[in-house]
Ligand binder design. Structure first.
Ligand code: PMP
Length: 440
């Protein structure tokens, strides 16, 4: 193995290949990470060889406030000097303040928070709450969704990676709206919304409403392609749930905390959930944390009934401190306003301009700092650009200094919320060059 003092970058990659068992990956060197990352600041990161990259994936779509934000680092320092860990059933002001701030940005009547380690276990616990509260079993979730990679959350996930788990029963999938490749032969957003709702109504009827505990969905599905809900869709789902006593869980793990220019993505789409799950952008991922924000009637259901759930690190104080700092920073630095301005005046127009130059961009969709470019070989047939080409596009972007998020035939454009117009212009040149090279 290379010695660290000879070539740090090579050492980092060799260590990674020799000793890390990689997630979502085969293990042979051919499948290994192509980039090392040593440090970061704001929208940029550096590898061990000193190469600089624009982080247009926000790592795992979580570094909403950018790398090394001083307020978050200071919160970790202060809390670590006071107390570095506590057990869950302990009253602690840092943890309490984190929950209080989450309640304050949630809709009226959401006052309690159940903390977890991340997004998957947030969804696990939300589903468990819904099942215990309703006394029903089934969970309906969308094809083209990602809800996590633990026992039930991976089965609720609606992508082909979901693995069978005979112990996770009662998961049923339905099609959510996706106008560009509509299952409903719809040609307008209104049609897509109406027909997707009709389809969901049929699924509920066919399954038996009295057996369904909850509908779980991402207000804006992230991993499967950033499909903004068409007009009336989320409100329509709410209505269907209300008619049948079904709870509505919004998974805000990826789309929350500024990503769409709102505290929660659902704030933009006029619908109220019963449970909200969160993680990632809640503290920019500096220390692992997630959780469930709970509507009062559901919380009250457990006043005298034990909720059988809990984790050693629920509401870990270092993580809670970063939640407080992160939510305070989003408010005090006007981050939501900044994201709206960036979206309307810089990122949105720049991506549409890119699409004008590149017929290979079949659709540009998104809002905030949450956009997808869907790449096609032909705009008329909408034939997806093949995987091999997408692989070269990914490599080309990295080579030119941009960390991308590439999934299937899409490039997701996901800079931190604090991205500047100059950084966007820089990124557009890189996307432009690579698309020209690979797709003409
Ligand atoms: N829900 C959504 C919408 C997500 O995007 C993710 C992670 N990509 C999760 C849940 C799972 O979160 P985690 O990886 O923190 O468990």
């Amino acid at each position: 193995m290379t010695e660290p003092h000879d070539d740090l970058d090579a050492y980092a990659l060799e260590l990674d290949q020799a000793h890390i068992f990689h997630s979502w990956s085969a293990q042979a060197p051919a499948h290994a990470a192509a980039v090392s990352i040593k440090s970061g600041l704001g929208t940029r990161v550096w590898d061990y060889a000193g190469n600089e990259y624009l982080d247009f994936s926000s790592q795992h779509v979580n570094v909403n406030l950018g790398h090394q934000h001083p307020a978050l680092l200071e919160a970790i320092r202060v809390q670590s000097q006071l107390l570095a860990t506590i057990s869950p059933p302990t009253a602690n002001i840092t943890r309490g303040e984190a929950a209080k701030r989450l309640a304050a940005i949630a809709p009226e009547g959401f006052n309690r928070v159940f903390f977890t380690n991340g997004g998957s276990d947030a969804n696990e616990n939300a589903m468990r709450m819904a099942r215990l509260y309703t006394g029903r079993d089934k969970i309906l979730s969308a094809y083209r969704s990602y809800h996590g990679n633990t026992g039930s959350s991976i089965v609720a996930t609606g992508d082909p990676r979901r693995i069978p788990n005979e112990f996770a029963r009662g998961h049923v999938h339905f099609f959510g709206p996706y106008l560009y490749r509509s299952e409903f032969w719809a040609t307008t957003p209104e049609q897509e919304s109406e027909r997707a709702l009709q389809h969901l109504r049929r699924v509920i009827e066919a399954e038996g409403a009295q057996t369904i505990a909850a509908v779980l969905l991402e207000p804006v599905p992230g991993t499967p392609g950033i499909m903004l809900p068409p007009p009336g869709y989320l409100a329509g789902v709410r209505e269907l749930c209300d008619e049948q006593g079904i709870l509505l869980i919004f998974d805000e793990v990826m789309c929350g905390f500024g990503r769409t220019g709102e505290w929660f993505a659902f704030d933009a789409f006029d619908a109220r959930p019963d449970l909200v799950t969160f993680a990632k952008g809640v503290n920019s991922g500096y220390v692992p944390i997630g959780g469930v924000i709970i509507d009062d009637p559901i919380a009250a259901h457990f006043n005298d009934r034990v909720f059988p759930g809990g984790l050693t690190y629920s509401g870990h104080p270092l993580a809670a401190a970063t939640v407080v700092a992160s939510l305070d920073t989003i408010a005090s630095e006007g981050v939501l306003e900044h994201v709206r301005d960036i979206s309307e005046n810089h990122l949105g127009p720049a991506l549409h301009a890119l699409a004008e130059r590149h017929p290979s961009i079949g659709e540009v969709r998104g809002r905030g700092v949450f956009w997808a470019l869907e790449l096609v070989t032909d705009r008329a047939t909408r034939e997806p650009v093949p995987a091999a080409t997408m692989g070269r596009i990914r490599a080309g972007l990295v080579e030119r200094g941009l960390l991308p998020f590439v999934s299937e035939n899409r490039i997701h454009v996901l800079p931190p919320c604090i991205v500047t117009p100059a950084e966007i212009a820089e990124a557009m040149e890189i996307y432009d060059a690579v698309l020209t090279l690979e797709l003409g």
